[in-house]
Every structure is written in structure tokens, then in C-alpha cells.
Design a protein. Sequence first.
Length: 398
Amino acid sequence: MKIKKINAERMGYSNKLMVFNLIRYSPGISRNEITKLTGLDKSTVTKITYELISRGLVEEGERKSSKSPGRKPIRLEAAKGIAASIIVKVGVEKTIVGLGFLNNFIEKIVEFETPKNFNTFIDKLTFEVDNIYKNSNGHNIVGISFSFPGMIDRKNLIIEYVPHFNWSDIKLKDVFLKELPYWDKPILAANEAKLALQSEIYFNEEISNLNNGVYIFVSQGIGGAILIDGKIHLGSNYTAGEFGHMSIQESGEKCFCNNQGCWETFASIDTITKIYEYSNGKLKGATYEEKFKNLLEKSEKRSTNSYEIMNQMLYYLAVGTVNLINILNPEFVIIGGYGYLFPDKYLKQIEHTIRERALKPSLKSLGKIVKSSFDIETACLTGANLRVMDEFAEKAVI
Ligand SMILES: [Zn+2]
């Protein structure tokens, strides 16, 4: 019967996609592990992996070292060369353009200071993208994916608002295609914190079985992303997770967003380095990251008032996180962005304050407060690449 045939085809497709995605996200997985994790028959897994290998999408790797005696299972992983994406991390200080591959490998190719003027930015960017595309040495480029430090309507590809540059209501697709009219591949764009969370969901083993969590993206401001029932919550206009503009002091300093006492005016890298420099002179370093590292070193040595300033930052980070925990009841909290630089004892300090102040039932299922497993650049670039490769995978297994 026709209906039966269609259902069987659909099931075949969804099984293939499930196996392919499992191999993409768990490089080194064996056929036996796939069988266990998917609940599919051993013969179905053998058939699907054979097909994926013969189509060049999956490769057999070296045998994984195994403690158990006997024959070691053969590792499977996504083939690197069959698909590549151009990935762009637009940062407040610099923009990085690189290549991402089907096996999640990323390569940074060029970086430049981000021009504040959008037209100058798009000129510079499309010049670099054009170069990379034309010199891609036969890499099969299947899309471009942007990470922005602001609010992005990912469906309509509109830059709603990037606060540091005051970019707003920009039709990214139109301006990009005006510069590179030959571009006929998918164009994707998203907020950096959502991409960073996407990378963690797939590659951070500490949260691999958890479905509800919060990612706090500590950078020049504070961004964020929320995982609800296994899905990143985007909101009705893709702006959910702007934690930095949660007021934690109703009559505090006025923020550029018009609210007062916003969380990021207490605990962002920008705020904390400025507070230190106000009383102690310049920190070492030309970038936010270098300055923050310098402040962390000083605080370790308890030099001048750096330790007190750092304590204040950790305290305010905890206070804001308590609000998020009470509202969202997460299983995990990731402190990311430049938060990946925190020594573990600082994470423990944040956790200590959280456990004192949050509602006890809201804390019941909360595991540790963890750092992001990626540095800030790799997190955003990996997330940007994943989006292109997810789309590629859906088409590739048909
Ligand atoms: Zn604000």
C-alpha cells in the first residue's frame, strides 16, 4: 500500500538521520554503541553505517583503545572534507572568519578589528568571505553562519539590535547578497550566547543528559541562553535570554537599554575592569580578555583591591543567577563567555552564594555550576558551524 510505503521511507530517513547525527555529535562512537543508544536492530545499524560510509559521509577511524580484552570496536566519525561552512564570529573588538567542517573541526582563517560603521563592516567582511570562498581549495562550502553579539531575528535574518555598535533593523541577507550576488548557499545568523549553548549541549559531557539549563555569557555585557525541555528557548522574536538587562537594583545606574541597575552594570567584564582601573590605573592588555586575565592574576595574588573587586563580581553573578534559578528551575548552570577563565574555586564561591539565597526546591535538581567547556571564540564558531551542518545533514541523508 502507498501509505505504508511512505511511512517506511520516512522511518528509513529518520533512522538514517538519527544515526548520522549521533556519529556527528559523538565522534569515535562504535556500531554497538549506536545500537544501544538508538534501540535500532544491529542489522539496521550495520546497513545504515554501510550506506553512510559508501556515500562518503562517514569514515571508519582507528580502533578506539578499550580496556576490555578482545576485538576492539571500530570508531566512526563524520568525514571532514565532504562539507564545509564559512563561519563568522562578530565580536565587540574583533571579527573572526574561518571554516567549519562536517566533523566539527574549525579553522580560524582571518581576523580584523570590527568596524563600528555597519557599511564598512560589511565591505570588509564580504571581501574576506569572497577570498576564502575563492581560495577554498575544493572544500565543498555549503553555507555561511554568523554569530552576533546582539539580538538577531534568525528566521528573517534581521539584525534587530547590536548594542555596542548601535546597529539596528538591518536586513543582513539583502546587504550580504548585494555585495556577493553569486552567493547561492544558505545564510544563517544567530546570537552568540545561543550558539555557545548549542555547542555545550552537543559536546559538554557534564550536561549531556540534561534538558533544562541556563547559559550565562559573561563578556563585555552579559548575554544568555535558556534550555527548556531539550530545546533552546528563543522567544517570540528571538530575544529571549537577555539576562544582562534584568534589573537587580531598581534605582541603580541607568543602562543604555533605559532600565536601571541592570545585571550587566554590576557583573560584566566591562564593568569590573573599569571599576578596577578607576582606582588603580590601567590593567595590562589591549583586549577585554587580556585585561580580565590580568585582573584574575592580580586577584590571585591579592594585589591592591583586585581581590575585593573580584569578590564583588562573583557575588553579583551569584545574585543574578539566583533570580534565573528561581524562575527557570534548571538542572545546570553554565558560566560561559569569558567565564571560562574563572578558576574552579571562584565557581565554587558563586555556587556557595547561590545555595544560600535560592529557593530550596528550585535547587533540588541543580547539579554543579560549571564553566563552559569551550573558550569564547571556539564556542561561538562551533555553534555557528553546527547550524550549517545540521541543515546539510538533513539534505545529505535523503
Ligand atoms: Zn540594561
